[in-house]
Structure formats: C-alpha cells, structure tokens
Write a protein that binds this ligand. Structure first.
Ligand code: HXC
Ligand code: NAP
Length: 282
C-alpha cells in the first residue's frame, strides 16, 4: 500500500506498543523505515515487540512507564530520545477498559481507566509537545486512538466513554492551538478489532457474535487495517490533515450507535451476573 521508505528518517513512539493494536502500528511503522520506541508498563511484552522489529531488520527501543505518572513519562521519553534521537511522532494508544454496570463502579475503578486514557494521553502529549515547541526545526505528529463511542457514549463502559470523549476533545483543541508549532493532532476511532487485551475484557459469552451482527460489514476489523490508516496520518503526505478523527468500523456506528448498548435489551440481573463474573478476583 505504501512505498517502503514512507517513514524513513522518522522516529515514532507508540504507547501500549507491547501488545495488540499498538504492536501492529509499531511494527508497521518500522517496516516503512521509522525508528520506533514502545512504552508501557510491562517490559516483557515491549521486549517482544522490539525483538520482532529488529528481527525484521528495523530499529526499535523500549522504555517502561505508567502513563498515569508524568515523571515516568518524561523519563521514558528521555530514554527513547537517547536511544533513537528526537521523537517526531507520538501514538497515544495505551488504554484501560472493562465492562461494568456503572452503579457498581468503585471510585478507584472509574479513576483507574480515566487516569490511563485521559490523563495518560495528556501527560504523553504534553511531554512530547514541549520537546517540539520552541524548536522551530522540529515538527510533531500526534495520533490518538479513541473509539466510536467517544461521541456516542456507551452503556457499561462509562469510564472509558468519558475518557475517550475527553481525548477527542483534546485532539480537536490541540490541532488548532499547536498548528503554529508544526504539530498535527489526529485521532482514529476503531470499532471492535480482536486483541487479547480488548476481547478478554469486553466480549463475554455470546457477546462476540452479537457484536459482529451489528456491523454492516459483518466482520471485525483487523490490526493491519488500523496500522495502515495510522501510517497515512503519520506520513508527511497527509500534512494538511489535522483535528480529524477517522472512523474504521465497517459502518458499525452509523447503523448501531453505542457499542455496548445492546445489553440493555437483556434481563439486567443476567447482564450484571455476567459482568461481575468478568471482574478479576483479588
Ligand atoms: C469492575 C473493575 C474491573 C471490572 C478492575 N476493576 N476490573 N471493576 N469490573 N472488570 C477495578 C478494581 O476492582 C479496582 O478498583 C480498579 O478497577 C483498579 O483495578 P486494578 O487492577 O488495581 O488497576 P490496574 O492494575 O491499574 O489496572 C487497570 C485496569 C486493567 C484498567 C483495571 O484492566 C488494565 O491494566 N488494563 C489495561 C489493558 C486494557 O484494559 N486493554 C483493553 C483496552 S480495549 P478497587 O476499588 O477494587 O480498588 C478498549 C476498547 C474500546 O479500550 C472499544 C471497543 C470497541
Ligand atoms: P491492549 O492490547 O490491551 O492494549 C493496551 C495497551 O496499553 C497495553 O499494551 C498496555 O500495556 C498499555 N497500557 C495500559 N495501561 C497502561 C498504563 N497505565 N501505562 C502505560 N501503558 C499502559 O488492547 P488493544 O485492543 O490493542 O487497544 C489498543 C487501543 O485501541 C486502546 O486505546 C483501545 O482503547 C483502542 N481500541 C481498541 C479496540 C479493539 O477492539 N481492540 C477498539 C477501539 C479502540 P501494559 O499493560 O504493559 O502497560
């Protein structure tokens, strides 16, 4: 789909790049010539991404950080810049999410997801932008991974819906505010794409088949499809695109609206029993 040197000379950091969609974007960027840094909490999965990129002939490095902690984010970006050189592209992909009846959420459960998705995106975005602003020779490119319920809202994933809506607002706000610094800010809103992280937390029992039925394309998305869209937004050739949120969902939200709202049709006690069974035991 793209020429092999599309991202030559570029340095891309992907948060949550050790697993799922983050790993797919990291590997794709490396395959098109970018040096790639991956950031997340677990060194083990980050190492697997770095090893896969290097085995394919690419350049990659990792730094562990919890995106909820701005000091950890700064240290990780310092480490990645020391290893790879100045970062020009940030993909805010790290996220936390789970299904829960909203009336049963604890304050910490709500806080945990909002801290990762909204605050984490802010900490990474601000730390990255501060390195660009004031350096006229540097340009910046930010891609935020949201989801279609960022504007629709969704039952049963309230913290994520609130946080993703905030990230979409951040995308549009900063696209305007930081254009003068040569920083573009865009978002991608995927519908369901099978990954262990998402589907283990969001698709219980027969939910998966129900979810597929709601998609006009009658299939889930593929990580590679998301990665290729991200490459377009990363490329200098899309320089005039900013403040945009591109949907990648097989037509789902236009037909069905809120992602998890279908469960309100089911017996609520039965839904709650299933969601509670999905909560990790301590
Ligand atoms: C209710 C839950 C819960 C659940 C955790 N909690 N899971 N509450 N139902 N299923 C509560 C805990 O009881 C705790 O509250 C609080 O949340 C924090 O939990 P911890 O495990 O201590 O937090 P932490 O270790 O920081 O883990 C964060 C996490 C976890 C979000 C809870 O799931 C995680 O690390 N996720 C990262 C990966 C991920 O979620 N990937 C999916 C992204 S998919 P108390 O009060 O008991 O202390 C996605 C797709 C969207 O976003 C679109 C799909 C179409
Ligand atoms: P995933 O594999 O669970 O990815 C989430 C990543 O975020 C993990 O690598 C995780 O690594 C990292 N992360 C979580 N909390 C973190 C923290 N506090 N600090 C740093 N890193 C953290 O799930 P995915 O499906 O690939 O999701 C990737 C993105 O796509 C998310 O933004 C998600 O909302 C979005 N999305 C996914 C789907 C889908 O159907 N898959 C649909 C729409 C949108 P560690 O645990 O090691 O930190």
């Amino acid at each position: 789909m793209y020429r092999q040197d599309l991202l030559a000379g570029r340095t891309v950091v992907v948060t949550g790049g050790g697993t799922g969609l983050g790993r797919a974007m990291a590997e794709r960027a490396a395959s098109l010539g970018a040096k790639v840094g991956v950031m997340g909490r677990s060194a083990g999965t980050l190492e697997e991404t770095v090893a896969a990129i290097r085995a394919a002939g690419g350049t990659a490095s990792l730094a562990t950080a919890d995106v909820r902690d701005p000091l950890q984010v700064k240290a990780a970006m310092d480490a990645l810049e020391a290893a790879l050189g100045p970062i020009d592209t940030l993909v805010n992909n790290a996220a936390g999410n789970f299904l829960s009846p909203s009336e049963d959420l604890t304050p910490n459960a709500f806080n945990s997801v909002v801290q990762i998705v909204l605050y984490g995106t802010f900490h990474c975005t601000q730390e990255f932008a501060r390195r660009i602003i004031g350096n006229p020779e540097r340009k910046g490119n930010i891609i935020n991974i949201v989801t279609t319920y960022a504007w629709m809202g969704s039952a049963f994933v309230l913290p994520s819906a609130c946080a993703k809506a905030g990230v979409l607002a951040m995308t549009r706000s900063l696209a305007v505010e930081w254009a003068t610094y040569g920083i573009r800010v865009n978002a991608i809103a995927p519908g369901p794409i099978p990954t262990d992280g998402a589907f283990s937390r969001l698709m219980a029992g027969g939910f998966e088949e129900e979810a597929k039925k709601r998609i006009p394309a009658k299939r889930f998305g593929k990580p590679q499809e998301l990665a290729d869209l991200a490459m377009y937004l990363m490329a200098d050739e899309s320089d005039y695109v900013t403040g945009e949120c591109v949907v990648l969902d097989g037509g789902e939200w236009l037909q069905s609206g809120q992602e998890f709202s279908g469960y309100v049709q089911n017996d609520r006690a039965a839904v709650k029993a299933v969601l509670h069974a999905m909560k990790p035991k301590r």
